[in-house]
Design a protein around this ligand. Structure first.
Ligand SMILES: Cc1ncc(C[n+]2csc(CCOP(=O)(O)OP(=O)(O)O)c2C)c(N)n1
Ligand SMILES: [Mg+2]
Length: 793
């Protein structure tokens, strides 16, 4: 039988689910307790963990995993509920018992769910609140795209479990508002409405506003608010006033009911209440009243399962379920405004263990397989087992080494980028997998050529109301460009999910995004999120730097190159010449296509994403052509991919006695560097020019050899990439339209004096020459820098 389509076990036995959720609560709590009390870390630093945040979701997650989910469904778990996830995977038999005592230990269970480091099949990494919440929405958008282009996959529901305070994050609303996420009927967001954040009880009543925001964006809004007992009370004569009273009660008042003795609960609950509420409550004893007024549907399995079904019934739009819960539910810290990081004492843990009739010898046991609960867990394990990925999904995907781009006239890297994509879209083995996306900057980043050929994605065909002779904006299910509104957060979240399609939708893709380079920083947290999750994509930040001269300081990027170099799982590339870009972009796409693989001949460990920093400055391609003729394509290509090559080789005049110097340029500044080299040569200095195509690859190569030396206590070797670009010991000048810091390490790497030129202040409007002069990137400054470097020898 096809595992993915087997029906769920019929007839939930609520007593069984109750028993299971008690065990889930226990294990989640104890996993955190063990991390803090059973392990000596030796450093005195508090280990931490979130027992209250976890408890809040225990019922919801029990209902999901033990009654509602099917194998193809994908779930994003709120960061602070990771112990609940692991407890559930353990009870399902998907996690070895040895892990339960390793929360937050090195190599153990991660503090927050991690796709790449946790051992039990996490679907979405979470941690930075808001991002993990939005990820399933973009995963669903990706699935919609995959289904439209490659045939329907078994249906997955994309579910996010979200803390209520996560809704304060703007990225949530950017995601909800974007038309690219419209109508995703397989999405369910479950908001854990415990009315508490980290510091406090969230003031007032926010839900009504949030619900309206979701409704306005076209979402299906469902509430699981009152438990069965409260609903029964409302149905009694005069009981409706209780609902109105609770609904109107600010969070602070309601939350203060927790932790009180029953008699105090009555007093607090009735504080300021209308007469009919007081009258209704007079017929209920203290104990009963205290239980009644805190009976929330988020801890009522039946109510939750009903609500899930209600959400499922609407397949045309995303659903959001507001599940009212109690932070710290079932624990002595329930509802306490200061419970976010609170830990149960060892005595409280012992008490809880006894209550569940567990002992130190049995406390970590799975559910007894001879009991109905154990049998239910075994059935659910089978029901949730996933079919393996089909290897065929991307079997025809083959990216060539280059598109054979010819560039006779001056051309910018941005323009070349657009042409390369158009060329790739002509290749039968590449075209089907290419998908581009941009936050309202597709045309201004040269994606128009690709869009004209490949069309714009829309789940249904859309009529084009105006004819544009230059740009065909044909929208339909075959389109391969996904247009986003202006949200760089959404760009990187979508790229992240497109870049995980091989896993979450069983379909490798070649995702390519574009964004104005300065605004990479606007989406940086989502960029980090996506590459932390293991996503594989290409992004072009363009135009960049002060080379975008007339646009001024608000549009000129300076620190983005540093960000690109320093981001793990990202290879930062900034070529100057079109053919180099062709080789590098094809190489990057080859690497992205080889999921989990490496790029032959260059980097054995590149398994992440690629960030190209490009410009709109057309530059003369002749110097690159001369290097091709001098070195031959095979050698030059290898060096370009490795990160640097000699564009001008002055070694002969150095051999003849001229003092040698290396002028090292990256990106758009190469013409100035070449001009400076010519001037220096006229003055009898042997100035070689090195074009750094990827400061990141060079830096990593250097660091690898250093670390190797450190770890083996041996003299570090000089990496090949540096050796072939810098064969001699000569001072260097680095020149980059980015912070001077990005290449300032080169002097140390090759053991020579270095002067680094770059943009270390905010820019302003002007012409390229003005800006280059203002930031010492003009030929005269580079010549002076070379003389300074020579004098430092
Ligand atoms: C982007 C980001 N900012 C801040 C934090 C620190 N932080 C972690 S949980 C939290 C409060 C979350 O409240 P809520 O979402 O309601 O979760 P609960 O614990 O109540 O379930 C904060 C501020 C974070 N993890 N991520
Ligand atoms: Mg909360």
């Amino acid at each position: 039988m096809d595992i993915a389509s087997s029906p769920p076990p019929a007839d939930y036995d609520h007593a069984v689910l109750e028993e299971i959720q008690q065990r889930v609560l226990w294990l989640a709590t104890r996993i955190i307790d063990a991390a803090n009390h059973d392990r000596d870390t030796g450093d005195g630093v508090k280990v931490g963990g979130h027992q209250a945040s976890s408890a809040s979701l225990v019922t919801v997650m029990t209902a999901l995993y033990f009654a509602h989910l099917d194998a193809p469904d994908r779930v994003s778990v709120k960061p602070h509920a990771s112990p609940v996830y692991h407890a559930i995977q353990y009870l399902l038999g998907n996690l070895d018992r040895s892990y339960l005592t390793t929360l937050r230990a090195f190599g153990g269970l991660q503090s927050y769910p991690s796709r790449t480091k946790d051992p039990d099949g996490v679907d979405f990494s979470t941690g930075s609140v808001g991002l993990g919440a939005a990820a399933p929405l973009f995963a669903a958008a990706t699935r919609r795209y995959v289904d439209a282009h490659f045939g329907a996959r078994p249906r997955s529901r994309f579910i996010a479990l979200i803390g209520d305070a996560e809704l304060d994050e703007g990225n949530i609303w950017e995601a909800v508002a974007d038309p690219a996420t419209d109508g995703l009927g397989d999405v369910l967001w479950i908001v854990d409405v415990n009315r508490q954040s980290l510091d406090r009880v969230v003031p007032g009543v926010r839900i009504a506003q949030w619900e309206q925001q979701f409704s306005a964006a076209g979402w299906h809004v469902v509430e699981a608010k009152y438990g069965r007992a409260l609903q029964a009370a409302f149905a009694q004569a005069g009981g409706e006033c209780i609902r109105s009273w609770i609904d109107a009660m600010p969070n602070e008042h309601y939350q203060s009911l927790f932790g009180l003795e029953p008699a105090e609960v009555r007093e607090r609950f009735l504080d300021g209440a209308p007469a009919e509420v007081k009258e209704f409550c007079s017929g209920v004893d203290d104990e009963e009243l205290a239980a009644l007024v805190t009976d929330l549907a988020g801890h009522d399995l039946n109510s939750l399962l009903d609500a899930f079904a209600q959400c499922d019934s609407d397949r045309d739009r995303p659903s959001v379920l507001f599940a009212y819960t109690i932070k710290g539910w079932g624990l002595p810290i329930a509802g306490n405004p200061r419970n976010h990081s609170a830990l149960l004492t060892t005595t409280q843990i012992s008490h809880m263990r006894e209550q569940l009739q567990l002992t130190p010898a049995t406390e970590w046991d799975r559910l007894d397989p001879m009991t109905p609960a154990g049998q239910w867990a075994a059935a659910r394990r089978e029901h949730l087992a996933r079919a393996p990925h089909t290897a065929a999904a991307g079997s025809t995907l083959q990216v060539p080494d280059s598109t054979g781009l010819r560039a006779a006239r001056p051309i910018s890297t941005q323009e070349a980028f657009g042409r390369i994509l158009v060329d790739l879209s002509r290749s039968e083995s590449v075209r089907p997998y290419l998908v581009t996306t941009a936050p309202d900057v597709a045309t201004s980043t040269n994606l128009a050529g690709f869009i004209n050929r490949a069309g714009v994605f829309s789940p249904v065909p859309r009529r084009a109301w105006s004819e544009d002779p230059v740009l065909k904006w044909a929208e339909g299910p075959d389109g391969q460009h996904i247009e986003l509104g202006i949200s760089e957060m959404n760009l990187f979240l979508l790229l992240g999910q497109l870049g995980l399609a091989w896993d979450l939708s069983d379909q490798p893709l070649l995702p390519v995004g574009t964004v104005y380079d300065p605004f990479v920083l606007r989406g940086l947290d989502a960029f980090i999120y996506s590459v932390y999750s293991g996503a594989r994509f290409v992004v072009a930040g363009t135009p960049s730097g002060v080379t975008l001269a007339p646009e001024g300081g608000a549009h000129q990027s300076t620190i983005t190159a540093s960000v690109g170099i320093e981001l793990p799982n990202v290879t930062f590339i900034e070529p100057a010449y079109a053919v180099a870009l062709d080789w590098l972009l094809c190489g990057a796409l080859q690497s992205v296509a080889t999921v989990g693989g490496s790029l032959p001949g260059t980097e054995p460990t590149e398994t992440g994403s690629y960030y190209f920093r490009l410009t709109t400055r057309g530059i003369d391609q002749q110097p690159f052509q001369a290097a091709r003729e001098r070195l031959g394509d095979a050698i030059l290509r290898r060096q370009v991919l490795a990160g640097a090559y000699r564009l001008v080789d002055a070694s002969e005049s150095a051999a003849a006695g001229a003092p040698p110097v290396y002028l090292v340029g990256c990106g758009a500044v190469l013409p100035e560097v070449l001009a400076a080299a010519a001037e220096l040569s006229d003055e009898g200095i042997a100035a070689s020019v090195v074009d750094v195509t990827s400061p990141d690859r060079l830096y990593r190569a250097w660091q690898r050899t250093l670390r190797q030396g450190v770890r083996t206590a041996t003299t570090p070797s000089v990496p090949g990439a540096l050796r072939s670009a810098f064969p001699d010991r000569a001072p260097v000048v680095t020149v980059h339209d980015a912070a001077s810091h990005t290449m300032s390490w080169l002097g140390s790497a090759i053991g020579v004096p270095a002067v680094s030129l770059g943009v270390d202040g905010f820019g302003q409007s002007g012409a390229v020459a003005d800006l280059y002069r203002a930031h010492d990137l003009d030929p005269g400054s580079i010549v002076n820098a070379a003389l300074a470097a020579l004098s430092l020898r």
